[in-house]
Design a protein around this ligand. Structure first.
Ligand code: FES
Ligand code: FES
Length: 151
């Protein structure tokens, strides 16, 4: 079936299979490699994108369902003014090691700030679905604190 949606501000039209996930379509069909494949079952947050203003794990979203929607991916978010500030805070605090989880963290933090979250504890709750195997989360939370204080 054909699906049309707005991807990072541009209307795209793709042919998808009924069983295909948004993650598959973004990575394999549209070559958006900033969206990471981690667990594939909604548990790690590596594949997080913003769908109609809300962060979602794209491995759990059927591609057919995004017809008429708006999707933002981490590479686009990283180029926005706010996205750059999130990335800078993460770099400044050493919150990125292997970097595999980082696009998901960026996306969730960006969405949470746009939603109005300014409290580190609330941000911690927003990030519960994002896992990092490297940092132990300490530097990520330092980056979050630094960022929220600067807003
Ligand atoms: S790959 Fe989607 S949550 Fe892990
Ligand atoms: S920096 Fe490696 S998984 Fe988070």
């Amino acid at each position: 079936m054909r699906v049309r949606f707005k991807l990072n501000g541009t209307l795209v039209e793709v042919e998808v299979e009924p069983h295909e996930t948004l993650l598959n379509v973004l990575r394999d069909g549209l070559k958006i490699k900033s969206v990471k494949y981690g667990c594939g079952v909604g548990e790690c947050g590596a594949c997080t994108v913003i769908l109609d203003g809300r962060p979602v794990t794209s491995c759990l979203v059927m591609a057919a369902k995004v017809d008429g929607s708006e999707v933002l991916t981490p590479d686009y978010i990283a180029r926005t003014e706010l996205g750059k500030r999130v990335v800078d805070a993460m770099l400044d605090e050493g919150a990125i090691q292997c970097g595999y989880c980082s696009p998901g963290f960026l996306t969730t933090i960006y969405a949470a700030i746009l939603k109005g979250i300014r409290d580190p504890e609330a941000m911690k709750r927003a990030l519960l679905g994002n896992l990092c195997r490297c940092t132990g989360y300490v530097n990520i939370m330092k980056a979050v604190k630094r960022l929220l204080e600067s807003l």
